[in-house]
Design a protein around this ligand. Sequence first.
Ligand SMILES: Nc1ncnc2c1ncn2[C@@H]1O[C@H](COP(=O)(O)OP(=O)(O)OP(=O)(O)O)[C@@H](O)[C@H]1O
Length: 370
Amino acid sequence: MPPIHTDGLTKYYGDVRGVEDLSFAVEKGEVFGFLGPNGAGKTTTIRTLMGFMSPTEGTATILDADIRDAAALRSVRGNVGYLPSEPSFNENVTGRRLLEYHGSLRGDVRSDEMLELFDPPLDRKVREYSRGNKQMLAIVVAFMHDPDVLIMDEPTSGLDPLKQEQLLEFIRTEQQRGKTFFFSSHILSEVRKVCDRVAIIRDGHLVELEDVESLLDRSGKVVRARLGGDFDADSLALEGVHDIEVSGDASGGERGDGHGSDGAGSIGDGSDTADSDGSGDAAAANEATSVTFTYTGAYEPLLEHLLEYDIYDLSIEEAPLEDVFMRFYGENPAERVERVENGEIEEHENGEIEEHENGEPTDRAEEADA
Ligand SMILES: Nc1ncnc2c1ncn2[C@@H]1O[C@H](COP(=O)(O)OP(=O)(O)OP(=O)(O)O)[C@@H](O)[C@H]1O
């Protein structure tokens, strides 16, 4: 049995859905990312997995212990590390005292080693701790008994960028020692650095489960450029370019990078673009165009194309997770299920949606099938 396995895991808070019908397995030695926007159900899943709440339906196992069986779960706790989303400790004792206490519960194999990487001020009382200090203390507590399975809820939150990077690096090293990680995040970039596979949860439903490389290939990059020269927006219709927005801009910098300025408009929507700032002929030589788009292809053809212009600024970043959701899962999954049940749409195995009219496939859908 995989170290973590869920089977139809469902948790409702009264009438409020936390998560519904989650089924997945986390394999030994895997770093498994659990991704979703705020309120998607990440914490609910983790707290249910840890046995802090009973599932409404379905179940899960951790190291073969059924989470509904408190005694079984207790027997494996010593081999599970847990990092909550908002660590709460007894505020009136020192960090050192807390480590001694947790060491007495589950053992302390490596707190000294951990403290070299994550170093909260141990002799101060926890109530004096900053958010980042508390997070570091919680990380030491999660790892100090050297568990085989680590369950972590947004583990980098509260850490400064250097410590965030150290934690991700530490996770990679621990994975090589055969440790299994299940961690939630809403930050795609950190997930891509360490995870083998990701599950994406939205509105309590699992909407995707795939390896990270495939997800990133599909999610694309956000490209922002400020280009000089005689910019022709239509020429950007390269394969893999989506959601183009352009705006006129003055290259002297008075108007910032122009992103999101009043002049913004989509190609084809009839809005004025390169000249929208009305800067006139005198400024023409200094005129720049800001362009933002999503790109899913190889870099070379894109860069070759952009090099036809003077490039004042260029940034290529991963698409925010929210954009990934909108691109691939723009519809609320629960509504989608309802529409399938009502015969309004049909969902094919390749993920394509076929629209029906009055319960019948449209001509367009039939053509697509042919
Ligand atoms: N104690 C609770 N009582 C009632 N509803 C709750 C409770 N905890 C969570 N919920 C609801 O369950 C859903 C999932 O919340 P959850 O906290 O699991 O999401 P999350 O993905 O962890 O979000 P975030 O990234 O903001 O921490 C939300 O609709 C939330 O409002």
